[in-house]
Design a protein around this ligand. Structure first.
Ligand code: MF3
Ligand code: CO
Length: 248
């Protein structure tokens, strides 16, 4: 069941989402060769505490940290480590909090130092695919329009869309209906309505779309060792179209 949010509820979600955006913005300025994802995790959880919010991921299905840190071939749900990032890495950071009863969720993938042109292109294509998806999050469209926007653009650029993980509705729970695949058919699926709030999150691989779970039971990596990128925003559908709640 898709839970629609009132204008008032969306205002409350705006606060939660702004905190998420601010934390990610802070992390952006910290990411450089030499810093470990463990230090990023400490920063994110300290900032959440300062803003009186609760980290959404820690404890969720026993996930052990507040920030998902997924370098290079890690797709999602990577665990913070004390290994320093090095120039040439890419690092996906996924963060969520709950504040005033509502969740916010967003992710970015950042370059560490100097990265290859190939890696730069993967980041740019993945981020653009998120914005093409968001552009389709408007009343009267269908869910498949969002999915198709990602898939058609990404595959046109020669990259592949991860199938095993999807975006989601969000509100008083981190994960609500509907599930939002990043592949699909335009014009299909549920009708989008004012009041829906969606966490749209394309996960895009350089080579094959196939992924596997590591033995820690959390970290998802590409099967072929190729790079993977992830961008996510929490977006409200309004009469006027999409409103990105996790953008500063
Ligand atoms: N953005 C991811 C999601 O929506 C992060 C969840 S990590 C978890 O599923 F640890 F909470 F599962
Ligand atoms: Co999410």
């Amino acid at each position: 069941m898709i839970i629609l949010k009132s204008r008032k509820e969306i205002e409350r979600m705006r606060t939660a989402c702004r905190i998420v955006a601010e934390v990610l913005e802070g992390l952006k300025s910290l990411v450089e060769p030499g810093i470990s994802t463990y230090e990023l995790e400490l920063h994110a959880s300290a900032e959440a505490l300062k803003s009186n919010s609760k980290c959404a991921f820690r404890g969720y299905n026993n996930y052990p940290s507040s920030l998902c840190c997924s370098p290079n071939d890690q797709v999602v749900h990577g665990l913070p480590t004390k290994i320093p990032l090095k120039s040439g890495d890419i690092i996906s950071l996924d963060f969520g909090i709950v504040y005033d009863g509502f969740y916010g969720d967003a992710a970015i993938t950042l370059p560490v130092g100097d990265i290859t042109d190939t890696a730069k292109e993967l980041l740019a294509v993945t981020e653009s695919s998120l914005y093409f998806a968001i552009e389709n999050a408007r009343p009267g469209n269908r869910l498949g329009d969002i999915s198709f926007a990602v898939q058609s653009y990404v595959e046109g650029k020669g990259y592949s869309v991860v199938r095993d993980f999807v975006g989601h509705g969000i509100g008083r729970s981190l994960h609500e209906d509907p599930q939002i695949p990043n592949y699909g058919t335009a014009g299909k699926g549920v009708k989008l309505k004012t009041g829906m709030v969606l966490a749209i999150e394309p996960m895009i691989n350089q080579n094959s779309h196939e992924v596997k779970l590591l033995k820690d039971n959390w970290t998802v990596v590409t099967c072929d060792g190729g790079l993977s990128a992830h961008f996510e925003h929490t977006v409200a559908i309004t009469d006027h179209g999409p409103e990105i709640l996790t953008r500063l």
